[in-house]
Design a protein around this ligand. Structure first.
Ligand SMILES: Cc1cc2nc3c(=O)[nH]c(=O)nc-3n(C[C@H](O)[C@H](O)[C@H](O)COP(=O)(O)OP(=O)(O)OC[C@H]3O[C@@H](n4cnc5c(N)ncnc54)[C@H](O)[C@@H]3O)c2cc1C
Length: 289
């Protein structure tokens, strides 16, 4: 399959990319190309203009500043998986990135493209919701959107046509306020590696072992990352033993209108959400100190 004809521009800076977006309404940004190009080949996307941001150096890199981690939009999944900063301060993001597809996809796919594309089966959106990440956008002005508010529907986000996702801000999970445990688990499609169900959990314990804070988000089961906040509210202050986690998940993790396709029915996905939600919470608990 060949894509429809398009014009190609290579941006050198973020401002250059914004200028090109302004000059070419309907243009698409090109990062790793691992979602956009297949969509174009299938003619599910037919942009007349592509603006390649793949060499914009200011969009690259992972930094830690004042208790926060900043990940540039062009950071590849392989770079996330190998990052020492993430291993020390947000291991769940590295863990999820290491589970994406295969080395070829991880070497080209970027966190910005993954998040902007908002495939419900992608791994990173649920991790960003569970960690309380903030998405930084630049257009005519700069703005920041909580990951929990960024994903608005199937392949749909709050990103404007004239905006670029520049970086993602993530709280330090192992900072001064304690060492949160975190875990990302997924039941993956055997061919693509995409999540049929993925679960991202973050758990903080009090000194007596009870739950100080928890978050759980799932992907693959609904159009946008499913925030299991009701389960987590139930856990606060409770002893984090297996029975308590099981009860909270059974009673409060109900995915309304789950996705359904040839790989897995809605009923099956809703059940997977409970199984993987439970397992991720238990593993995050075991990793918390
Ligand atoms: C065979 C295969 C298997 C895969 N398996 C998985 C998997 O298991 N898990 C998973 O999570 N993902 C998977 N992916 C997706 C992959 O990981 C990439 O994350 C994804 O392709 C998007 O990143 P990209 O850099 O390639 O973006 P592109 O394809 O270049 O762009 C995707 C979209 O994002 C927009 N965009 C890109 N960068 C920006 C930016 N900075 N600001 C605003 N908009 C932007 C583009 O305009 C486009 O609309 C798979 C892909 C393939 C081809």
């Amino acid at each position: 399959m060949f894509p429809a004809r398009f014009d190609y521009h290579r941006a050198t800076t973020v401002d250059d990319a914004l200028r090109l977006l302004g000059e070419h309404p309907g243009a698409k940004l090109l990062a790793g190309g691992h979602s956009l190009i297949p969509m174009m080949k299938l003619r599910l996307a037919m942009p007349e203009v592509l603006i390649d941001v793949g060499r914009v150096s200011e969009l690259k890199g992972i930094e830690r500043e004042e208790g926060k981690i900043y990940v540039g939009a062009l950071t590849t999944h392989a770079e996330l998986a190998a990052s020492e900063v993430l291993a020390a301060h947000c291991p769940i993001l590295a863990e999820a990135a290491s589970k994406i597809a295969d080395p070829a996809v991880r070497n080209k796919g970027t966190i910005g493209g993954n998040v902007a594309h908002a495939d419900p089966a992608s791994d990173l959106p649920a991790v960003l919701v569970a960690t309380g990440a903030v998405i930084h956008l630049k257009g005519r002005r700069q703005r920041q959107v909580k990951a929990a508010d960024f994903f608005t529907g199937l392949l749909a986000t709050d990103l404007g046509e004239d905006e670029i996702l520049t970086r993602i801000e993530i709280p330090d999970l192992h900072g001064r306020s304690g060492h949160a445990g975190s875990a990302y688990l997924k039941y993956e499609h055997p061919a693509s590696g995409y999540a049929i169900c993925g679960a991202a959990a973050v758990v903080k314990k009090n000194a007596d072992g009870t739950c100080a804070a928890a978050s759980l988000a799932l992907n693959g089961v609904s159009a946008t990352p499913f925030d299991a906040a009701r389960v987590c509210r139930e856990l606060i202050g409770a002893p984090l033993d297996d029975a308590v986690i099981r009860q909270a998940v059974n009673d409060h993790l109900h995915v309304g209108d789950p996705l359904s396709d040839v790989y897995a029915s809605g009923l099956y996905r809703a059940e997977l959400a409970k199984v993987y939600g439970r397992r991720a919470l238990r593993l995050a608990r075991d990793r918390a100190r």
